[in-house]
Design a protein. Structure first.
Length: 357
């Protein structure tokens, strides 16, 4: 099993912007040293706790500081940008990192961004994502002059094209035919999972949904593969969890009992945001649960794997037995309320847990 990392990232809003950017950089450098295979970084424009506005810019600062880890966008919200801009940025980044790039895409997830970009009609966003990625793949595969008609974006480069000078020629990625494409999966029986299966994209199951929903992600993905005549290979599946590895179970219990701990902040934040957006269903392990029953303590119990290396190993084995086989465990990065504790957790996870999985 491979070990990866996902950072939304999500920090306490009162912390200075530069401080948390530096913290996120150091977490990725450590992940590379510990043998993590990949890291995914989110994109949000109008969300102070989730402050990385450009995964490409942020991850470019880490190319020369790391050796092996692959860089994933987690995700680029395609409805919010012109597909030609995304294609150009992604191609250049893939060249700069010499193919250490996984192109994570999505329809968006920030209410502030939706309002700012006037994307308040939910059915439009997945359709825009699909049109955008189709256009991006055409840009990377076609020769100029270009013409890209569409329902949301309609553009061309014909009159300005000069083959002798290379004017009007779009950049292409380092990887051929293109970088691997990944999508995040959250909802039970997710339509995004079926779409990923149909296209052969990498499915990444979110960490903030109960295991009973994660199991349905693979089922939906396999259905998409079957419809496209493609064999569903579980090694492609990434499953994310919030994980804290401590020296003892008692240390983990004491930490989680503190109402001001980082994990409590994280899940209380998500609970509030998702309920405001009417996405409470993806948090419930029982559809009959009331929204009031989705407490921070419930989320910690249902969605956090914490304890000694032995306990965390046993719980992750049980998680995999419940949801099914997957190829990469994605550990979610959290705000370092205690830097030494979280660095130690990463080391224990890499050195004493994952080898036994």
């Amino acid at each position: 099993m491979e070990l990866g990392m996902l950072m939304m990232p999500l920090h306490r809003p009162e912390r200075p912007f530069l401080t948390v950017l530096r913290e996120d950089q150091e977490a990725i450098v450590l992940a590379d040293e510990l043998g993590f295979s990949e890291v995914y970084v989110g994109e949000h424009y109008s969300n102070k706790p989730e402050q990385i506005t450009s995964p490409f810019i942020f991850l470019a600062t880490l190319i020369e500081r790391t050796k092996r880890i692959k860089f994933g966008t987690g995700v680029i919200n395609l409805p919010q940008q012109h597909p030609a801009i995304v294609a150009a940025h992604a191609a250049m980044f893939d060249q700069l990192c010499q193919g250490r790039f996984i192109f994570g895409i999505g329809p968006g997830g920030s209410p502030g961004d939706f309002e700012m970009f006037k994307l308040n009609n939910p059915p439009d966003r997945p359709r825009m994502m699909q049109e955008s990625i189709e256009t991006i793949l055409k840009i990377w595969s076609q020769e100029p002059p270009y013409e890209f008609p569409g329902g949301y974006w309609d553009f061309r480069i014909k009159d300005a094209y000069r083959s002798d000078l290379g004017v009007g020629v779009m950049a292409r990625p380092y990887q051929t035919p293109h970088p691997p494409i990944a999508v995040s999966i959250m909802s039970p029986r997710s339509g995004s999972a079926r779409t990923a299966g149909a296209h052969g994209w990498i499915p990444i199951s979110a960490n903030f949904t109960p295991a009973c929903h994660v199991k349905t992600h693979w089922e939906a993905y396999a259905e998409g593969c079957d419809a496209a005549g493609r064999e569903a290979d579980p090694s492609i599946w990434r499953a994310a969890r919030s994980i804290l590895v401590t020296e003892s179970d008692a240390e983990a219990e004491d930490y989680l009992a503190d109402p001001d701990n980082t994990l409590a902040f994280y899940f209380n934040y998500l609970r509030t945001v998702l309920l405001d957006a009417d996405f409470g269903a993806l948090l419930k392990d029982d559809p009959a649960m009331s929204d009031e029953a989705i407490t921070t303590r419930y989320m910690l119990d249902a969605m956090v794997v914490a304890g000694s290396p032995r306990t965390v190993t046993e719980r992750l084995v049980a998680f995999r037995e419940e949801v099914g086989e997957f190829g990469t465990l994605i550990a979610t990065a959290h705000d370092w309320d205690d830097e030494a504790r979280w660095r130690r957790s990463m080391r224990l996870l890499a050195d004493e847990v994952v080898p036994h999985l």
